[in-house]
Design a protein around this ligand. Structure first.
Ligand SMILES: O=P(O)(O)OC[C@H]1O[C@](O)(COP(=O)(O)O)[C@@H](O)[C@@H]1O
Ligand SMILES: [Mg+2]
Ligand SMILES: [Mg+2]
Length: 342
């Protein structure tokens, strides 16, 4: 690099330009998905601004309502929900939204919209007021019903293999947007002074294995024997336990460095805690595109047939060799269950 170049280092590829370039790869593309990704990025910038100053203005703490999950909504859960729904509605590409914060499907009024979005507007709600990384997770499907009408349950309850795009935003020491459209995974870092996301992590590949395991051991007493066996195995291997308590943040670290995030079944959560449509499926699409694996301990997450908008399922996600290992530990359990069920 010449001194001349060093004087004005290139700032890099903006998210907008990257989306446009990728669109050119698809001659039949109409630009609607590109516009939808830009709408999500815009809402993320606004939510990022709210989060960065949440300690200064009165948006800390509980909102005073409970969502369909029975969780106390935080004010930032509600603010993020409003911002993303508004951006998706105004963008015009989305007919129907599934949100963690709304019991029913949200009809945007865009009956010509070809896309359905499932979204966790604010992930890691328990970490909002303590300045720990939090996130947003989104999943995009093409509707199956004809345009001209509102989106249907059938449009919403598609298996993860039908996703056309998925991603997350992490609001951490820096703010990043990471997404896939089925052609690899790319990460963009937000430059607030320019108001732009720039390509910072091209073609992310997750390590085949790792020495980090992420699980809430606070409820380990009620783990199944197979699960207890795998956690003991991780300790025998001297793996490091890392658990932030924000799925996006734990997932992001393991995606880049190698490792496994697990939210198994337990007495407290007989079906696990995480939601298939807007937490498990989008991250499973990303991790597979980055060479990783995701399952419910037995079946590939992306092949699970959703029956409910807010359905929960166990999640084992990350480096492929670690996911295969935990599946080995759980396999004996499932075999035993099968015998019991006869
Ligand atoms: O406190 P627990 O039971 O370990 O659960 C933590 C998990 O729950 C979540 O907070 C659930 O997501 P929401 O914050 O979007 O409800 C995950 O981000 C996190 O990994
Ligand atoms: Mg969440
Ligand atoms: Mg949430």
């Amino acid at each position: 690099m010449t001194n001349h170049d060093k004087l004005a280092l290139p700032v890099g590829t903006t998210l907008d330009r990257f989306i446009m370039r990728k669109q050119e790869d698809f001659p039949y593309a109409t630009g609607e998905l590109s516009q939808l990704l830009r709408d999500i990025a815009l809402a993320a910038k606004i939510v990022n601004r709210e989060i960065n100053r949440s300690g200064l203005i009165d948006i800390a703490g509980a909102y005073g309502n409970r969502n369909v999950q029975g969780e106390d909504q935080q004010k930032l859960d509600v603010i993020a929900n409003i911002r993303f729904i508004r951006a998706l509605r105004n963008g015009g590409e989305v007919c129907t939204i599934i949100s963690e914060e709304d019991d029913e499907m949200i009809q945007t009024g865009n009956t010509q919209g070809k896309y359905v979005v499932a979204i966790d507007p604010l992930d890691g709600s328990s970490n909002i007021d303590v300045n720990v990384s939090i996130g947003t997770i989104f999943s995009i499907y093409r509707r199956v019903s004809p345009t001209g009408n509102e989106g249907t349950t059938q449009d919403c309850l598609q298996t993860g293999t039908h996703q056309v795009a998925a991603g997350y935003v992490i609001y951490g020491s820096s703010t990043m947007m990471v997404y896939t459209t089925g052609n690899g995974v790319n990460g963009f870092t937000y430059e607030p002074s320019l108001g732009e996301f720039f390509l910072s992590h091209p073609n992310i590949q997750t390590p085949k294995t790792g020495a980090v395991y992420s699980i809430n051991e606070g409820v380990s007493e009620s783990f199944t024997e197979g699960m207890k066996g795998f956690v003991a195995y991780c300790k025998e291997q001297h793996y490091s336990a890392r658990y932030i308590g924000s799925l996006v943040a734990d997932f992001h670290r393991n995606l880049l460095k190698g490792g496994i995030y697990m939210y198994p079944t337990s007495q407290k959560a007989p079906n696990g805690k995480l939601r298939l449509m807007y937490e498990c499926n989008p991250l499973a699409f990303i991790v597979e595109q980055a060479g990783g694996k995701s399952s419910n301990g037995r079946r590939r997450t992306l092949e699970l047939e959703p029956r409910d908008l807010h359905e929960r399922c166990p999640l084992f996600i990350g480096s492929p060799e670690l996911v295969e290992k935990v599946e080995e530990f759980l396999a004996s359990e499932f075999a035993h269950d099968a015998v019991l069920k006869g």
